[in-house]
Unconditional design. Structure first.
Length: 320
């Protein structure tokens, strides 16, 4: 992290009412020079080389779970007829190369007879590969929050601080926690969402996670199967919105919270015959009672004192 980045992050921590435009300008100034290796455009001094597709491996931090086959085939046809308009970015890794950006172009080239790929070779860190992958995919038409969560998870596993992730991705901490809500979902639910990343977005994931947490680890198994069923209905367009998934789940499984707080202290009346002679109060930490001596006959009062003395050692209270 350079001095400009550190100054930017320090200002974010210490200034509550900073000018948003000023923060944006500072962020850009801090990152442009250091993070230009992630820029998918060909930079000054770079040479485009031709590599065989079999020598190239996917980005190990690729968080996309699906590549549309029809769109990839359409891109392959375009490359075959017009050539590759933009090179992909790769880094050297042993006897092969790893993709930094442009994986869809690499996949498309493999559908053609000519399997050579235009590429630029860069020296780049693992973290930068993670960030460029997130940046590249955020501009797609079909960008799903679950996939973004997977990209963030790579960064978290690499010990990148939350404040750096949010600054680089230009998202709020609130959105960060919503993305990470996927992490706490039931494994079967996550497995389904992995195969169908369009099923829910981050707001829905946060609401569903809260639904599970309200059960304190004892959520009924049917909650998971019903959520999967609702998501399938959404994907089949039998439900019109993702919000309806959450709404229906809440209607079935939301924990009903009482408006009346449970009483902590319990009061009792002490009677002798039909006459009230005192009160007894039970609290979480005490049992205490008071007796009105005027309502109790002397022989009964003597019996009560004798009874207490048989249980306790009674001595005068100490005074300060």
């Amino acid at each position: 992290m350079n001095e400009q980045q550190r100054a930017f992050l320090d200002k974010r921590r210490g200034t509550k009412k900073a000018d948003p435009l000023d923060l944006i300008n500072q962020r850009n100034a801090a990152y442009v020079a250091d993070f230009s290796p992630t820029n998918p455009e060909v930079q000054a001094g770079e040479q485009i080389v031709k590599l065989h597709a079999t020598k190239i491996r996917p980005n190990p931090y690729q968080h996309r779970t699906q590549f549309d086959e029809a769109e990839t085939a359409e891109l392959a046809d375009s490359i075959r007829q017009n050539g590759q308009n933009q090179p992909i970015g790769v880094r050297k890794c042993g006897d092969h190369y790893e993709i930094i950006f442009g994986e869809r172009r690499w996949r498309a080239v493999q559908l053609n007879d000519d399997k050579t790929v235009d590429a630029v070779i860069r020296d780049i860190s693992n973290q930068e590969m993670m960030f460029i992958c997130l940046s590249e995919n955020s501009n797609r038409k079909k960008a799903y929050d679950y996939e973004t969560y997977r990209g963030i998870k790579f960064l978290v596993a690499d010990d990148v601080p939350m404040e750096v992730i949010t600054a680089r991705m230009t998202i709020s901490s609130q959105d960060y926690y919503k993305f990470m809500a996927y992490e706490g979902l039931h494994p079967k639910l996550k497995e389904f969402i992995h195969d169908h990343p369009s099923a829910i977005q981050r707001n829905d994931a946060a609401d569903i996670l809260k639904l599970y947490k309200d059960y304190n680890g004892n959520a009924p198994e049917k909650l998971t199967s019903d959520l999967i069923d609702l998501m399938q209905k959404y994907l089949k367009k039998e439900i019109t919105s993702r919000g309806e998934i959450v709404k229906r789940a809440k209607a079935l499984y939301a924990v009903k919270k009482s408006r009346h707080r449970e009483k902590v202290n319990h009061d009792f009346t002490l009677k002798m015959g039909d006459s009230k002679v005192g009160t007894l109060v039970k609290t979480p930490s005490e049992v205490r009672f008071m007796v009105d001596k005027s309502e109790l006959e002397k022989n009964k009062l003597d019996e009560l004192e004798a009874f207490l003395e048989s249980f306790f050692s009674i001595a005068p209270a100490e005074t300060a």
